[in-house]
Design a protein around this ligand. Sequence first.
Ligand code: UD1
Length: 426
Amino acid sequence: MDTLRIVGGRELRGRIVTPGAKNSCLKLLAMSIMASDECVISNVPQVTDVDTMCKLLEALGAKVSNTGPGEVRVDPTTIVSADPPDPLVRKMRASVQVLGPLLARFGEVKMPFPGGCAIGSRPIDLHLRGLSAMGAQVSEEHGYIIVRAPRLVGAEIHLDFPSVGATENLMAAACLASGTTIIRNAAREPEIVDEQNFLVRLGADIRGAGTDTIKVTGVKSLGSTNYSVMPDRIQAGTYMIAAAATRGDVTVTGVVPEHLDALAAKLAETGAAVICSEDSVRVAMGDRPVPIAVKSMPYPGFPTDLQAPIAAYLTVCRGTSTITENIFSNRFRYVDELARMGAHVGVDGRTAIIRGVNELTGARVVAPDLRAGAALVIAGLMARGETTLDGTAHILRGYDDVHGKLASCGGDVELVSDSASAAAAE
Ligand code: UD1
């Protein structure tokens, strides 16, 4: 297992270019299953979750090739199987996103329950109930979900919660159903808009993404397209927080600033200067943060994926901050690791109470999941002395070249590979 070695206390200064959004790219790759010819997807982030999705498509029979830096070509015409294999599905929660596209194309899917970050119970009942409303029969056998629908029919679906993944799966399945599907209480995340744009380019008839009502009128078949993935608002937001946390001055470029409004408002509340231009956001900070209250909410609220990173920043606030997690049940797994670095964080139900300390100190810590890992990187950058972060595989699922990007802005961060650390120990 690789390790991140971080020597804290250096201000980050410079520019960071935002890569394409993992959380959209994964779904575009999955949705390409329904295309009738090759799709070329560009601005693809170099993260391991994308590799996993590509392997999953290959395991189904698709031809997937890297045709240039950040460009992936998918030929779905060779897909023969609608049974995604167990180890790949367990590896990543987002593998469930092949369910809707496979069902729409083949009429029957058998897959194990998906895995992913251990951030609390993550059922897929909303996905399955929506597919049932469209005429699918759902059964469970020996840990597998079997969904059958020789013909999906349009339906009115009201989601109990605006689930991102359920909205995406149902939107995809509805593209090739007969009649019109209306998804109410749909997720409004920008990634859903990106996916609507992709599907429309394939020839789908969809309206409403970005609002809470999405209308999809089924078409007989979809075509093919070239498409560039939207920028990753979560990676961008993580670097904005890192800039403030190190009392630095960083411009994050290639973003859609309005995707980052909720974060920008909270950073400004802490005393940071946040300057947005057409496609970049500059964050500068010269002091310890003013304490704030943060509540994660579905978009356009504060994103749950930035809850842990902002918590790390607030560990040195001048007073007491609170963080309330409203989306997932177990997203405070970073708290014990932050405590090793001198943070004072208590958890009461869905709320973490952070009593600010003067400074953090470097320690050996472990990333328990993807965004908690990002939080520990930020804590390492802030801390006095050296931090060794294990469990980096989690971080590399969603951040590409995190060490290179931080080092380019003056951070003392190094990815030490397994073989290098073994050699050093000898
Ligand atoms: C996606 C993102 C993830 C982000 C999350 C919320 C990807 C690959 N992942 O995850 O980074 O944190 O959106 O913005 O895009 N739920 C149910 N039943 C369901 C589906 C969801 O109860 O069938 C619950 C979940 O347990 C969770 C909440 O709804 O408590 C939100 O989940 P959802 O929006 O579906 O998140 P994901 O799509 O899994």
